[in-house]
Design a protein around this ligand. Sequence first.
Ligand SMILES: [Zn+2]
Length: 406
Amino acid sequence: MNRPVRQTTRDLRRHNRSALLSRLYLQGPTSRQDLIGASGLSSATVSNVVADLIADGLVMEAGLVDSDGGRPRTLVRVRGDVGFVAGVDIGETHVQIGLFDFMLTEVGTAVFPLETAQPAPELIADLLVRGVKEVTGQVGVDPADLLGVGVGVPGAVVPGQPELVYAPTLGWSGVPLAALVRPHLDAPLQFDNCARTLGQAEVWRGAGQGARRAIVALLGVGVGAALVTESDSLGGVTSTTSEWGHMVVNIGGRPCRCGSRGCLEAYVGAEAILDDYLRLPGATAFRATGTEARLAELIADSVEPGPAAQTLDTAAEVLGIGIAGLVNLLNPDHVVLSGWVGLALGPKVLSAVEATVRRHALPYLAGNARIVVGELGPEAVAMGAATMPVVRLLMAGGVKEVANGR
Ligand SMILES: [Zn+2]
């Protein structure tokens, strides 16, 4: 019976490493005493595991903190130089690649505008490979030495087929993106829905910090949302995506690209907002070209009363109704407005959105939900994607995986 026992010991050891490493990663500098209290592990186990993590270059001591009347306690924290992770944001208007250290501090970025709304998978694979090589080149890292590359897709990755991408907005159905990328990039690859991974990043490092139950709204040309909840395992979070953009807010309303009518996205997606403006009396043709620049122009023009301001008032109201639905349904403590439209529009419409949510959600639920604008900036989605290889290393207790069986 030796073998199963050895197996169990190794599993337990990996579990303990993973639990303490994850806790340190998410909570920042912590004393060994606080780790004992928080993890429920014995002081000998915490002491041994932390010593191992330090010896393996994953964790370091980070100064002293006073304890009540006792000796000062030494803090330990996860090292940023464990390795680099890359995150890829396959957006509707651009592909953005961010390079981050292990603590998700951005150290390099590359952005490629997309000329077409339905790019060929081969084009995206090519930009992904070029972008990863460009950002790693910026800091002199070999792509093969990356801890991993996370790819956030505006669609779904079906369980059991982790490398096939379904993204109706891109016109993709079961695209083998990994197979297109792998011959040209020697790094571990992971794919997931971009709203889900963005939600994880906002709760780890952005406006959702401290949330127990956050909804992160990804507002762009398309509209999605993720529910991010605290999970007991590893002291981490669980994130679930939803097709919030296709919740009907107007019976028999505008046609939506999904084939239905009256969807939220048909009113508060970037293109919908721009179209709304152009339909109003007194609207003038946009001076800027491109969806992002036009929305910026609309927001700048909205400081004066007129059709631009009226457009944003309408968008705020419909967005508020959409959020009120989520608040009634899911009882979040935070709602984070993110994605490039959320970041651009958020500061302008936040108070109007809050007022609409208060009018339409049940008071005890609305009172529980703080509505905030995302804090991670334009690299938020890339950072979200980069959380994938970080999570994998945390789950593995810091034991690095090698790419492509090297
Ligand atoms: Zn729809």
